[in-house]
Structure formats: structure tokens, C-alpha cells
Design a protein around this ligand. Sequence first.
Ligand code: ADP
Ligand code: MG
Length: 685
Amino acid sequence: MDVNSSILELKGVGEKTGKLFAKLDIRTLNDLLCHVPRDYEIYEDPVSIAQAQDKALCAVCGTLTGKLGERRAGSLHILTAALSDGTGVMQLHFFNMPYLKKVLKPGENYLFRGTVKSRGNAKIMEQPRMFRPEEYHRQTNRLLPRYSLTKGLTNQAVQKAVKQALEQCQAPEECYDGETLDSCGLMSRQEALYAVHFPPDRETLIRARKRLVFDEFFPFLYLLRRNRQLGEGLKNDYPMLETADTVRFLEQLPFPLTKAQQKVWQEIREDMSGPNCMNRLIQGDVGSGKTILAVLALLMTAANGFQGALMAPTEVLAMQHFETVRGYVKQYGVCFRPVLLTGSMTAREKREAYRQIETGEANLIIGTHALIQDKAVYHSLALVVTDEQHRFGVRQRETLAGKGCNPHILVMSATPIPRTLAIILYGDLHVSLVNELPQGRIPIKNCVVNDSYRPAAYQFIAAQVAQGRQAYVICPQVEEGENQDLENVTDYVGKLRAVLPPQVQVASLHGRMRPADKNRIMEEFAAHSIDVLVSTTVIEVGINVPNATVMMVENAERFGLAQLHQLRGRVGRGKHQSYCIFVNTKETEETSKRLNILNGSNDGFQIASEDLKLRGPGELFGVRQSGELAFRMGDIYTDADVLKLAADTLEHLLQQDPELSESRHLPLRRYLEQSVRDTVDFRSI
Ligand code: ADP
Ligand code: MG
């Protein structure tokens, strides 16, 4: 077996389990080995019942006393027991586990682990996990992997599969030479994989993670570098003249451009009419008005008789841009002839779009990355704008060069990147900043609350809806998963329908829905036939429904701050006061501190830097910062030191051996070529 073998070759992984793994995008052994634990659990030494604090996750050991109790609450079967250790009594509640009646024997010794709830003087554990004391002690103080799961797939099943894969899979060839391994302090990839799934101790885990993150960053940086070389000093094949179209459009717009927008627009015009091809990144906080800049650049392109393309990371966002542009055509008579191209269109619709693209009938093509990857043949593509996705930027130059054209490139992003990182990531790609929000925005009112605030929040949402506004509620999961503490979209919709007045229209949206259904729901929300949208983070980027004024995020502690900031950016886009409710269901000091940063600032750059200060570099179990620039493990913020190490190492190697043709570098060259081929890793939501 090697890393490319199917997981179905593992013992115990049949078709059924295979399908569950496929839900997590795990098909090959490599996918499985790269499915690194979400975090690690540590079984601490048990505490005495007297010491067990409210809300703490802990283990207690004692004797079952008294008789088991049994009752029903609706369809729920509840089994109760009492555990005593001489210092106190812990009440145990088990739901729908009637068979435990036969297992639990009063008078015998048990160990339970769970979260303590205090009710008055009583201490309760609901659904605690039961261990034989010896079994628990064997695992005490070790780092036990916890994986992201899907319904039907247990943590144990994943662990078993990973273990088998590690034992039976041939180790991949070492791609770095000895000197590089030494100077960077990297362990072998195989060792690292083993250690990250089954860490012997914390130090080894940290070193293992470093190797894997390095492996992620290295090909990415290589690709960036190649990409940059391709773009550097490229002649401008599509020099453009300024026309009256953009001036007229700006005059017609209901608002003036902000100073920051004007400056960036000036930079774009200079690029597109100058001697070299444009290669520019526009960075601007959520809501700073980047879309209009893209529209202006595209309009200049169309007015010069060329085609422009606008790529979005999700179909939902692509659809939204398409509608916006169509609105401009209708309202202001701008010279766009737009066409939409997305994966969920029927073959016939696609054929028609291709035709319009090839003949030049369409001069503005809007869609997902399929735009440049697909069979689309362009008539005169002169500008490609990508919205909210850096990774597009990395590959597109190459793909397009392959299609025989070198259009201008404009990348728009809300991800705040510290200056030092920006240089590593973009080199001399020109960076424009939209560092100012449009005037007249009413600052969003934020609050961080615990789950007892939910009823009040629902009332608040109902009141906003009654005033004609709309709301988003974000849940971390699509359906009930292994982690029952987390809210999920499917159940939440039902819950909300039950508590909100019947006329309030509640709908759901998540990544597992068919693209056409997602589009329909988003359209209905934009058209206000839906009042409350319960969604996963698929709406994180770009969505613009100015009438929405409430963003409620469940289990907010599970999200990265940058991501929460993006989510918050979905409201506060119109003329109404907007509100953001972050529900912190795990009120530890650490989560409260983090979420309070959001409470205190609406500035994405400041939030990112505060967050970084709090978490510190090399954070092991960090929550994802943002959907953009998302690596499986690496985080450009907290792993900035590894990113720098990889960048310096790459530079050093290429200086010594620009083609990587020396024999000691051949494995690396093979690895990079392979990775570059595989990096069509556009995150499709
Ligand atoms: P983002 O930078 O997050 O992509 P958008 O481009 O979606 O932001 O803009 C957010 C909202 O602000 C849109 O409704 C847009 O029409 C509006 N907007 C953009 N520029 C201005 C401006 N200069 N003055 C007022 N409103 C603006
Ligand atoms: Mg946007």
C-alpha cells in the first residue's frame, strides 16, 4: 500500500465506512493521514467529587450508591445513578441508554468523565463517559487525538484506520536533503505523521506539527514564487484608454467613492494603461467597498472592447455579483454584457455561456474558478478579478498563461495580513489598501453572551423581523455530529420555527446542499422572502444583503476571530443599526477574553493582531483564522515563523541550485512538481 491507495484497502473499512470517510473528503490513505486531529484530549488524574467544579470537564472515581432511578420525559428515557467517593455525591444522568441498567451495579467502583453541572447543592454529570479505573489510568495524561467526524463515524474508527494506514503504508521518499533537514530542525514526514496522530508527548507533537506545516507551506511558496516570476515585467498586452464610461458610472452612483477607493481606482487605471501587466492585490476590511473597484476595472475593460472575468470562491457569491452587475446595466445603462458560468448550471446553459464567451458576445464573465479551468475559450480576456480568495491568485496566472493569454490580474481580499507576511506572500505584487469605510455607516452593536441569553436573542430577532429586517444565525455543524455540545443547522431551524412567530420565514443553508438549492435560498433571502437564515459559515465571505441587521453566531468560541469578523461583516451594510450576538457556550476565561476582542473593535486588522498576541505563535490547537489562505494545518498568522523558515529555505536552495537539478535536490523537485499538480486545491464550499 502506498499513500495513493484507496482507504477501502484497509481492514475494517468497507463500502459503508468508505462512504462516511468520503463525506469528510477522505478517499486515499494520504487523505486519511492528512486528516490530522482537530485537537487532543487529555485525561487528567481524577479529582475528588468535592473538588469537581461547576462547568469543569473532569473525571471522578467512586462507588455507585443507592438504587438506579428511571424515568421518562417525552420520548426521552432517563437513567439516574449516584456516585460517592467519601467527599461528596455526583448525580449521573444517562439519556436513552436503558441497557446501562444491566451494566451499572450498585456497590461497585466506577470512573466517570464528563462536564459537571451544579444545581443548587447537587452536582450532576450528564451522559458521562464510563471507564474501568485501570483503563482510564493507562491513558491518563496522554494526548488523545480527537478528529472531525461525521454522523456514523466514531473517533475510534478513525483512529484505528489511521493506525493501520501508518503501519502498512510505505513511507514516502524524503524530499529534503540532509543539510536542509538539519538546519531547519525537521523530523521525517513519516515520523511526523505518526506523532501528530499518536503524540508520545507535547514536545514531539510540536516538532511533528512543524514538519507537516513546513511541508504545506513549502510548495505553496514555490508556486507563489513561480507565479510571481511569470507575472514580473510581463508586457501589457491589453493597454487601455480611459473612457467616459467609468466617469459617467461614477457620477450616476448614489454615493461618492471614499478617498481610499479613489486612490486604489487611480492605481488600477495606471496599471491597466501602463507598460506592464497589472498584478495587484486589494486589501480592505469587510464592507470597505471592494466590489465597486472591481466593477470599475471591469467596466474600463469592457469599454475598451475586451472581456473581463470576475471569479468568486462560492457560487452563492458569484450569483450575487451577477445580480449586482445586471442591476447596474438596467439602472445605469453601463456597457456590460454579462454572463454567468457556474458548476451547477445545466449542460445546455453552460454551452450557451461558452458560446457567448468564445464569440465575445459576453464581455463580462462571472462565476467560480470554473471560469478559468473549464473548457471556456475566451475571445479577448484582458482582466481577471478574483474576489475573496488568495489561492486563486496563486494559480490563475499559470493556468491562464497556459491558455495563451496574459490578462491583468486583480485579487481582492479582506484578510488582514501583517506587513512582513505580505512581503513573503506577495513579494512585489502590488498591494493596495482600502483603509477606510464608507461614510455614514452606523457601527455595529456587539454582544458576547452565554446560552441563557438565547430566549432574549430570539425575541430580539422576532422584533427586528417585525420591523422589516432580516437575520442570520450561524451554527458550526450541518447535522448532529459526534460533538453534541455544538449547535447544528438542521435541528436549529426546527427550534427557531417553534419559538418565533409563525409568520416568520426561517430557512437553512449549508455546504452540503446542492448548489442550485443554495443559490435559490440565497436569492430568496436577498429578495426578502426569507426572514431568518440559519446557516453554516458558507455565507462567511462576500454576501451582501443590506437589509439584514442581526448576526447571531452559535458556539462562537469555535470560530477564529478573523472568521467571526467576516461573519459580522454580513451585517451593518445598509442604513439600519445592526447587531451581532456571539453566543459563547464554553465560558472559559480564555474564550471570553478572545471574544471580547471582537466586542471591543470593528477593525479587522486590529482584531487579527490582538488575536495573535493572545494566542501566541505556534499555537497547537488554534481555531482556524479564516477560510482564506486556509491550509490543512498551517496558519499564516500563528505559524508565521515556520512560513518564514520555509521562505528563507526555498530562497537559499534556489540560489544554490536554481533548477533544483543537483542529484541531492531531485527528490525535492519531484515533490514540488507533484504538489504543484495537486494544488488545484481551491476550496469549493
Ligand atoms: P466588501 O469590501 O466587503 O466587498 P462591498 O463591496 O460588498 O464590501 O460593499 C459593501 C456595501 O457598501 C455595498 O452595499 C456597497 O454598495 C456599499 N458601498 C461601497 N462603496 C461605498 C461608498 N463609497 N459609499 C457608500 N456605500 C458604499
Ligand atoms: Mg466583497
